[in-house]
Design a protein. Structure first.
Length: 145
């Protein structure tokens, strides 16, 4: 049964078990969280699949940018979202169309959308809202994967 994850043990499990992370809204500018957070995750051994239509034709973290989640075409463990809350309903169908579906969708620090989170949980996908993957990984003292 999918849940909205909030407890430390749940967050630890997500970050310890994930290996492939699709980063929705990934960026190429080093000063943006959508760059330096996935950059940190890549340095910790996670495979990062960047998704942002504005950077198609470029690569980052050893992977080409995809225009949408639909272009990934392989399983991902975690979808790490760097998009404003008002844009999340527009990504819901793409997330639900992933096959297989990701185990977790993580809405980064400052991003919360209760209706989208409820739909994801209803569809069997765990959700983390309003937390930073990098900050949580560091705070939990997790080793590289």
């Amino acid at each position: 049964m999918a849940l909205e994850l909030e407890r430390e043990a749940q967050i630890r499990e997500v970050l310890s078990s994930a290996r492939t992370v699709a980063v929705l809204g990934a960026h190429v500018e080093p000063g943006k969280p959508a760059f330096y957070v996935p950059d940190y995750l890549a340095s910790q051994g996670y495979r990062i699949l960047p998704v942002n239509p504005g950077f198609v034709g470029r690569s980052q973290w050893g992977e080409p940018f995809r225009a949408s989640l639909a272009e990934i075409g392989e399983p991902v463990d975690l979808v790490d979202v760097f998009r404003r809350a008002e844009h999340l309903p527009g990504h819901l169908d793409d997330i639900l169309a992933l096959d297989p579906r990701p185990r977790t969708v993580w809405l980064q620090l400052g991003i919360r959308h209760p209706a989208v989170a409820a739909r994801l949980v209803e569809a069997g996908i765990d959700v983390v809202q309003d937390l930073c993957t990098m900050a949580e990984h560091r705070a939990l003292g997790l080793p590289a994967v």
